[in-house]
Design a protein around this ligand. Structure first.
Ligand code: CP
Length: 291
């Protein structure tokens, strides 16, 4: 059987992804008595960028399930010098049972996966953030039920999280409205995805309003003026359906992509979303490592 890498959502069949989410809900229900399914197994976690949620949720999740972890900054590893991706992958495969990486270059992560005999889990690249989207799907299901036919509206930057929502839309059969400055508009939109230059048009009839920082890690110093029409504020939330929820994968830049009023409103589910990283991560680990 092939190795179960968790790198690209479209590479995994829809039923498997839905099964992971179902397992995540179960693991959340069992959070005070977690099954010891990772006993004797080890996860390496490697980061080339800072992290709070990804690092903590994978580490705590693995330990709650009875497993072990080792965390390293990529800059501390020989791969930051002259060691090849090929050798790094082969050596990691002799020490641990899976590796989760935050690795900016998506192609490098895929190359690493071609050189391991253990699962590689994508803890975020510049192109995608599938673990975040799994937690987001779980959070939406908890708050408003089945995603089929729902409308999710994204505002701000067309970044890695937005691109992963695009990949998720046909899998979970929801409509995705993307509203960004026109120079950042997707060059082509996939099935279920529509671009709107006008933020209020995008928010109309939405069940979920979602945004992210306008300045991703590594983009510090860029101008944010052009993003202001895409700020999530009370006026924009008023365009959405009654009962619509507000989501943000965090960290938040208050008064930039979202206002304090929205963050304090009952629509805001950001801490459920952050907690669900833990439960979704555990289910992803189980899918990748226990087959
Ligand atoms: N949302 C997210 O990935 O958070 P961290 O950068 O803190 O891991």
């Amino acid at each position: 059987m092939s190795i179960r890498h968790f790198i690209n959502l479209p590479d995994i069949c829809a039923d498997e992804l839905k099964g992971i989410i179902k397992h995540a809900h179960k693991l959340k229900a069992e959070k005070f008595d977690p099954p010891q399914i990772m006993a004797g197994l080890s996860l390496a976690m490697v980061f080339d960028k800072r992290s709070t949620r990804t690092r903590m949720s994978f580490e705590i999740g693995m330990k709650q399930l009875g497993g072990h972890t080792i965390v390293m900054g990529m800059g501390e590893m020989q791969i930051a010098g002259a060691e090849s991706i090929e050798d790094t992958g082969a050596v990691l495969s002799r020490y641990v049972d899976a590796v989760m990486l935050r690795m900016s270059d998506h192609a490098n992560m895929e190359e690493l996966a071609r050189n391991t005999t253990i699962p590689v889990i994508n803890g975020m690249t510049n192109d995608s953030h599938p673990c975040q989207i799994m937690a987001d799907i779980m959070t939406i299901e908890e708050n408003i039920g089945d995603l089929k036919g729902k409308k999710i509206a994204w505002f701000g930057d067309y970044n890695n999280v937005c691109k992963t929502f695009e990949q998720a839309a046909p899998i979970w059969d929801f409509e995705l409205a993307i509203s960004t400055p026109e120079d950042l508009a997707p060059t082509s939109t996939g099935d279920k995805v529509t671009y709107y230059a006008d933020a209020k048009e995008a928010a109309k009839n939405a069940d979920v309003i979602v945004t992210d920082t306008w300045i991703s890690m590594g983009e510090e110093g860029k101008s944010i003026d052009k993003f202001m029409p895409y700020q999530v504020n009370s006026d924009l939330m008023a365009c959405a359906n009654d009962g619509a929820i507000f989501m943000h994968c965090m960290p938040i830049h208050k008064n930039e992509e979202v206002t304090p009023e929205v963050l304090k409103s009952p629509a805001c589910v950001i801490y459920d979303e952050a907690e669900n990283r833990l439960h979704a991560q555990k289910a992803i680990l189980a899918w990748s490592m226990l087959k």
